[in-house]
Design a protein around this ligand. Sequence first.
Ligand code: CTP
Length: 402
Amino acid sequence: MRGKSVLLIIGGGIAAYKSLELIRRLKERGATVRAILTAAAAEFVTPLSVASLSGEKVYSDLFSLTDEAEMGHIQLSRSADLVVVAPATADLMAKLANGLANDLASTALLATDKAVLMAPAMNVRMWNHAATQRNFATLKRDGVLFVGPNDGEMACGEFGPGRMAEPNEIADAVERALSHAPGALSGFRALVTAGPTQEPLDPVRFIANRSSGKQGYAIADALARAGAETTLVSGPVEIAPPSGVKLLKVTTAREMLAACESALPADIAVMTAAVADWRPEISANNKIKKEPGAAAPAIRMVENPDILATLARHAQRPGLLVGFAAETDNVVAYAQAKLKKKGCDWIVANDVSPATGIMGGDRNTVHIVTAGGVEDWPDLDKREVGTRLAAKIAGALKGTAA
Ligand code: CTP
């Protein structure tokens, strides 16, 4: 987040005290934080504590001559890279959903040209109320991002959804929002492999696997959305290619390797493809026929090139090389071994035992294995895994020349 600036709108709720902690977390990660306090928020936290923690002037009055002379409210809403509302009260959500602008917070929300991330916090019944849910749906449709609310015991003694997300969770969401803000990866070239390969036995038969390509397509989509010039090398799958991505369709492992090499140089390579480790030694030119009385044919297999390992040793090795590990047991231990064996920088490990439903499904639970340790990610939609991975890649490449 270094060099990024966040406009934090603090709404009036008991969770406002957690926003003080949020300011510290954002500053630790290198962001500049300017805050707007609503009148109700000032009942829960003081402008002085917010100013002390942020190290910036705190704004609360729409009609302040001094503030308008120093920085107009329109400029305040646009000078930030992201607007964060925490706590986002039912009132602030309702105002933005309906376009009301009668104080500095709501005016800034309406005037901004930047993404808005809301961390709702309110009583369970207020959250579940049809009006709030309607506003929530409207805001999501309008492109507002959300983190939380979480389930748990509330300050009012009730239990359920309505607790504001924890400061670190909000800071993670801010990081993601900033990273897939257009441009986080612009100037970078990315290569993604996806789907299975098919290894022919004859013109009508082949050996393949159950890979759906969904995870790789989601990653290519996220990298492209973050601005990377993205090439997707894909085996045969049933899904539509993401927009803004250069698609190279291949069938066999050897074709996939050639397509990858043609896409170099690349700053980022994410190898999600389930490449067939072996192929039939001979692929018959004509369909193999059943001869009366003849024994079933034996298929001799030979090893396919390892695309990931080849790129790791390549003269044009991608700057950040990410492999996937599909395992059915000892997931993290095998992934750690694979990281060394293949010579890549990260391994995204997932458990593809049939019971997980990951292969072919829409969700994934992954572990990011690097030389520095293991990050366990929660169960997520594959698109969300893509978005988070793109954000993590953007974070890792920050500082390197684009
Ligand atoms: N991979 C590759 N080329 C191959 C085999 C695998 O590029 N011929 C890549 C995959 O895209 C993935 C990583 O290597 O990023 C791990 O693949 P996986 O099949 O899980 O590992 P293997 O090397 O095949 O090892 P094993 O089958 O023993 O688990």
